[in-house]
Design a protein around this ligand. Sequence first.
Ligand SMILES: Nc1ncnc2c1ncn2[C@@H]1O[C@H](COP(=O)(O)OP(=O)(O)OP(=O)(O)O)[C@@H](O)[C@H]1O
Ligand SMILES: [Zn+2]
Length: 725
Amino acid sequence: MPRQMNRVRLLVFNAALGVLDYSVPEGMTVEPGSVVVGPLGPRQVLGIVWEPERLSAQEVPDAKLRPLLEVLPVPPLPARLRRLIEWTADYYCAQLSSVARMALGSSAALRGGGTTTEYRLSGEEPKRLTPQRAVALDALQGEQASIRELAELASVSEGVLRGMVGAGLLEPVTVDLDRPYPPALPDFDQPELSEGQRKAADTFVEAVKARKFAPFLLDGVTGSGKTETYFEAVAEAIREGRQILVLLPEIALTENFLRRFEQRFGVSPVQWHSSLKASERRRAWRAIAFGEAQVVVGARSALFLPYPKLGLIVVDEAHEVSFKQDDGVRYNARDVAVIRAKFEQIPVILASATPALESMQLAEAGVYRKIDLPDRFGGATLPQINILDLRQEPPERGRWLAPRLVDEMKERLARGEQSLLFLNRRGYAPLTLCRNCGYRFQCPNCTAWLVEHRFSQRLACHHCGHETPVPEACPDCGTADCLVACGPGVERIADEVAEILPEARTALVTSDTMNNPEAIAEFVAMAEGRAIDVIIGTQLVTKGYHFPELTLVGVVDADLGLEGGDLRAAERTYQQVAQVAGRAGRGEKPGEVLIQTRHPEASVIAALAAGDRDAFYAAETEARRDAGAPPFGRWAAIIVSSEDLSEAQSAARAIGGTAPDHPDMLVLGPAPAPLSLLRGRHRFRLLINARRSAELQRYLREWLDPLEFPRGVRVHIDIDPYSFV
Ligand SMILES: Nc1ncnc2c1ncn2[C@@H]1O[C@H](COP(=O)(O)OP(=O)(O)OP(=O)(O)O)[C@@H](O)[C@H]1O
Ligand SMILES: [Zn+2]
């Protein structure tokens, strides 16, 4: 029984307001974690009741307190989650309210029950069709959503759709906002596990039963059946009536996961990601908060949701850098998942074929328990990896694929097998210039070249989204037809494949072409149905997929990732190439991988070719130890930006000038960021390298909190940064 509180302290979602105190009117019951509404001047403010002793604020006398207006009809945020929110804000030097906001998801979800109206095509035959209506009719087949969402889907105005409602072409459907999800069945279709899988699964199942904090690193080669293995732990948690969270790095992987899940458990899990419809988001949030959602699969933002009875967390493809959020609260979902498991006293499984060095180190130190799956499932063997030295076997002029790779692709095509070409570069060409005057197309808002996209016939900035049509003539010297594309992107590789293998059926897989679940599902179905011969893709196709007929992987440019030279460049290259190589030979036929490179002697490339993962990790570990880099030392970045260059510069200098002189901490910079202009803001960076034992966050706060900057200046702290641009 919560004690009756007659005054409360609220965490509110406006950092400028700080913390607010209210009185609790007669008859209203609140407890820590309650989501409430209070008056603020003439307006209202949403807040979470927090333990007053954990939020410092000036004490307001009882007599001056205004009463709360309302307690929202949702369960109070659990104490364990409140502690996680505090931990995250503290560790990442973020605002408590910004972290707490991630737990609430959507404001609509905070209001209870009810129905909403969605629309779908009525099936009525139109008598007369405007072009706009024809577009909508085509685009909205099988869709049901609000008018606004449908308008977005069909790229027509809401007015067009309202007209279609009037004409009876679209019909309203009443939807129960809180309709329950069908239950997942833990024994729906249990596969026969291999001996290794069985052992691993038993360990996980025991951990779920034990209900204690237990972090695992599931280190299994590509195709070893990590998913099947951790599904047994999921099944056990379902049987025990607990909730399960599975984090995936990208929505693109969800489709694949959903199908596997459905085969195993009979229904889809509850999804949580940024492209959910508003009504789905609200339904999912409420099912989660009320403990009714059993299994939730989501992107990193699913981590802070208010599960009342979490029993297991899985982070799949745990090495992926996209678990690191680089705006708003800059946190790493993989790391926070482990902390959440600790607060919840539950097991957490980090699954990967190419674990992050940090995770390997923690396993070695005995913090994580390492579970190995060293063999592929079903007798499949790991692919043969061969180096293709571009200096000795160059592609023809103006081409990017070396003859040997082309020959191998032709052979696969003749045998009815599939090939995959990997190049981690969207668009047609990364740089466009004028042949006559040398003019280069650059983004007006960013320090970046514009990337040509032939599909959309545009030049686009991959940092800010700026786009412009490809002009007929050079904007500088006015010469017509003089633009040349420099270097390859995946679209250009697709063109090349069309030239050399005109009869091959190809699929281009990038975030430009696979930007919705339907497109991804269609691609997967076609690849599985052998309606595709050659897949050309970015990092989007490197992981998760299982196409048994795929027997050749070509890495178009293995050197690309090493160019930037940041801390994790070698590791990332290793992971990407090993992952994409892992798509080959997963069925009965053996796979082969050809890595095109100009630096076969580089240690990453050599390790990949030799299949010597241990050697790679060992060398990389030593390099990091020498540099005092993570996980042996700690890093933090300070990013200073302003639309005004001199303002940004003096703020950065002021920070640099007041850097504490501490034996545990080395401050580098300020220096202009590699992306010195981003979305119209000038940027400077400082990098702090600290000893592992250093109280880095406290130093940072003591250093930065007293400083004041002009309003246009933003100062961000990035703890354990992944991006250095
Ligand atoms: N015990 C099993 N019974 C039947 N099929 C299995 C079993 N284990 C794995 N498989 C199948 O083997 C294939 C590879 O498994 P899975 O995709 O889980 O591997 P993975 O370890 O996640 O690989 P990657 O890291 O490359 O994504 C899948 O098609 C999966 O359904
Ligand atoms: Zn830009």
